[in-house]
Design a protein around this ligand. Structure first.
Ligand SMILES: Cc1cc2nc3c(=O)[nH]c(=O)nc-3n(C[C@H](O)[C@H](O)[C@H](O)COP(=O)(O)OP(=O)(O)OC[C@H]3O[C@@H](n4cnc5c(N)ncnc54)[C@H](O)[C@@H]3O)c2cc1C
Length: 421
């Protein structure tokens, strides 16, 4: 059996790696001239910048890959999770343990006590918004000052426009398991709020897909965009401009709009549904500044009058020479992404200077017109996505967008494909 994988982002390459371990034949076809998809690291004027993920969590599936690839010596750990929210004109530390919750100045005592009422609230409804769920379960202040900025910031999104069934499916499962959300949150907080450590690599996050590519290069074709997936009598053909690749099973890991194009003839209903999925456009502005603050960065509360969604402190997380990454645009302000580089750079630097009280120089401005999955009501279209037998979708519209989740899904899919071989 041969598996044809479309896309050499982290999903396609992790899938290739696990198929290889299971001794299943495969070929990966990638449009771009380098591996990694949205994971992009590189140097500008000597500064190491990230244009995709700024960090990833070293969960078990990530750890397994690192060990398999012999990358341990290149891993850099960010230390304790120390995130801030810019609220009421100052940076305030977000709490992840009971002690931090007691001390945080992000919440009043009344706001903190509201959280205790959560077990008495009604369970999550799939079609209510994330904002409504957070507010009715934990109170307005916890939503406005803590959960709204952290959750909305992670996706460059507006929780007011994200239905729970798309945005918080994992939270619903937790609630079903424990009967409340407070219980698992308390368990985690009592363990010191620990989760898998945040990591990067000496030369940036792209080291991971690049090393995967190096390990499996004989089965990965770069600069080979697939133009169509076609059915044949004994399987499928991946069409490219130069060549056709006959395969038995197909895994499509491309962004939704590309997948829609590739599958338009083979699965027209699914293709037109995929085309409707919204993504949030983003602008990333990399700044250079001298600051002595320690932590991961900050998200901005909605009503602070800033365009900045959040800032990643690459400098303190991974010792990246005064580098800070500012996120602009998102669901809140998509038009902003269309402004010219000078305007975006100036907004990012001015707002950074206000929040961090430090001068900043612009190193680089970049745009991602399809940045984070919006997980808004356009994602209802997923109900219409059915694939023919032997064709599989695997990327941020089939499970969560985070790199650990992408790797976990790739591993599970490799196991199920190996069982079919
Ligand atoms: C700005 C940003 C910040 C992020 N931050 C974090 C973070 O901090 N932590 C975290 O865990 N996750 C983060 N994520 C999410 C995570 O990085 C992505 O969800 C994940 O990398 C997506 O990987 P993928 O392989 O599924 O898709 P992609 O990376 O989109 O890969 C798809 C591949 O398909 C290729 N392709 C496209 N068209 C064709 C074609 N016709 N033929 C062949 N190949 C094609 C593309 O070139 C690409 O290489 C972030 C994402 C973004 C955009």
């Amino acid at each position: 059996m041969t598996v044809g994988i479309v896309g050499a982002g982290i999903t396609g390459l992790a899938l290739a790696h696990h198929l290889d371990k299971g001794e299943v034949e495969y070929v990966v076809l990638e449009a771009d001239d380098e591996p990694g998809g949205v994971i992009r690291s590189g140097r500008v004027n000597g500064y190491l910048l990230e244009w995709g993920p700024q960090r990833l969590r070293r969960t078990n599936p990530v750890d397994e890959l690192i060990t398999d690839l012999g990358l341990d010596d290149e891993v850099i750990e960010a230390g304790d999770t120390k995130l801030f929210v810019y609220a009421n004109g100052a940076l305030r530390r977000a709490p992840f343990s009971i002690e931090e919750f007691g001390h945080t100045d992000l919440l009043s005592w009344r706001g903190k006590l509201d959280v205790l009422k959560e077990p008495q609230t009604a369970p999550a409804e799939p079609d209510e918004t994330a904002a409504k769920l957070f507010t009715r379960k934990f109170g307005e202040e916890v939503y406005e000052n803590l959960l709204g900025p952290l959750f909305g910031g992670t996706y460059g999104s507006e929780p007011e426009r994200m239905p729970v069934e798309h945005a918080l499916s994992g939270v619903m499962k937790l609630e079903q398991k424990y009967g409340s959300l407070l219980e698992p949150a308390l368990k985690r907080a009592m363990a010191g709020g620990t989760s898998a450590p945040a990591i990067s690599f000496e030369e940036g996050v792209q080291t991971l897909p690049e090393t995967l590519y190096d390990a499996h290069a004989e089965n990965v074709r770069l600069e080979t965009p697939v133009t169509e997936v076609r059915e044949t009598e004994d399987g499928y053909v991946l069409e490219t401009d130069a060549e056709e690749f006959a395969v038995n099973e197909v895994v499509v890991t491309t962004p939704a709009a590309v997948s829609a194009d590739l599958l338009a003839t083979l699965a027209p209903t699914a293709a037109s549904a995929l085309e409707r999925l919204n993504y949030n456009p983003l602008a990333l502005v990399h700044l250079r500044a001298d600051c002595d603050r320690d932590g991961f960065g900050y998200q901005v509360r909605n009503d602070e009058g800033l365009d900045t969604l959040g800032v990643s402190w690459n400098a303190s997380m991974f010792g990246r020479d005064g580098v800070y990454t500012v996120f602009l645009g998102g669901m809140r302000n998509p038009e902003l992404v269309e402004e010219d580089d000078e305007t975006l750079g100036s907004i990012a630097a001015t707002e950074f200077e206000k929040v961090m009280d430090a001068e900043a120089d612009v190193l680089n401005v970049a745009r991602l017109r399809r940045g984070f999955p919006a997980y808004d009501t356009s994602w209802d279209a997923l109900d219409e996505v059915r694939m023919p037998e032997g064709v599989h979708l695997a990327t941020n519209y089939t499970a969560r967008m985070g790199v650990p989740s992408r790797i976990r899904e790739a591993r599970q899919l490799a196991e199920s494909l190996a069982n079919r071989a």
